[in-house]
Write a new protein. Structure first.
Length: 246
């Protein structure tokens, strides 16, 4: 059985919920299907994102005048500059993706939250980070935070090889890329997790993440306290985000 940390090592910190007006200051294409958008504004002076898997509510006006709300990970926050960067996956069917594909500097939007941060300590012996394209910004942020004294194992699903970007970390790193959910689950099942005190973090489509949690509990024999597995989206549903704990 792999080592399991006590539940008290992972802490939840709650934040005052605020709605903030921001404007676009920079737009950069990271890979063919990811766009990095940086927002600025004085309202970000007291913004706080303490965890790599925080999510904010991104709010914008749709073409039909409807207010659209979607969850996104704060990728980079520069407090001194009062700038927040979010990475958008550019999928043609998503309303937020359509907004991101056309946005120009100077346009405005609103963000709410994060309501809380789920803080996973950096000093585990190893970290297993896995997910599909929607989890890539959170995983990239986490890797950049990890110290050289730990080990990171990453399993990423990306259908287009051009989206398989370089990932940067001071930790000892091994990365495995797969093209689809079937191979993602197969690779997760076959993976031999290291011994020692480790933590598993996974995010992606709801049905895939339910299976992932089952593998981790029943086959890898991890306790719930040693993992956090979330559904960042659900096939056929809009604006879905949930932690899988059952």
């Amino acid at each position: 059985m792999t080592g399991t940390p006590p539940a008290s090592r992972v802490q939840r910190v709650r934040h005052e919920t605020k709605l903030r007006e921001v404007r676009v200051v920079r737009v950069n294409d990271v890979t063919p299907h990811f766009r990095s958008i940086t927002f600025a504004g004085d309202a970000l002076a007291d913004f706080d994102s303490a965890s790599f898997d925080d999510h904010i509510k991104f709010i914008f006006g749709g073409d039909d005048g409807e207010v659209v709300k979607r969850d996104y990970t704060p990728r980079i926050f520069d407090r001194e500059a009062r700038e927040l960067t979010i990475e958008f996956a550019l999928h043609a069917e998503g309303r937020a993706a359509q907004w991101a594909s056309r946005v120009l500097p100077g346009q405005s939007a609103r963000i709410g939250g994060p309501k809380s941060s789920f803080i996973v300590p950096l000093d585990y012996d190893w970290h297993f980070l896995a997910g599909d394209e929607t989890a890539l910004p959170a995983i990239a942020r986490r890797l950049e935070e990890l110290p050289p004294t730990t080990r990171a194992i990453v399993l990423m699903q990306a259908s287009d090889p051009a989206d398989r970007r370089a990932l940067h970390t001071a930790a000892e790193l091994s990365v495995h890329w797969v093209p689809d959910a079937e191979q993602f689950l197969g690779a997760a099942r076959a993976l031999q997790l290291p011994v020692g005190d480790g933590y598993v973090w996974c995010a992606g489509e709801a049905s895939v993440m339910v299976k992932m949690r089952k593998f981790m509990l029943e086959e890898k024999q991890l306790r719930p306290e040693a993992m956090r597995i979330s559904s960042y989206w659900k096939l056929g549903a809009a604006a879905h985000h949930a932690v899988i704990d059952g």
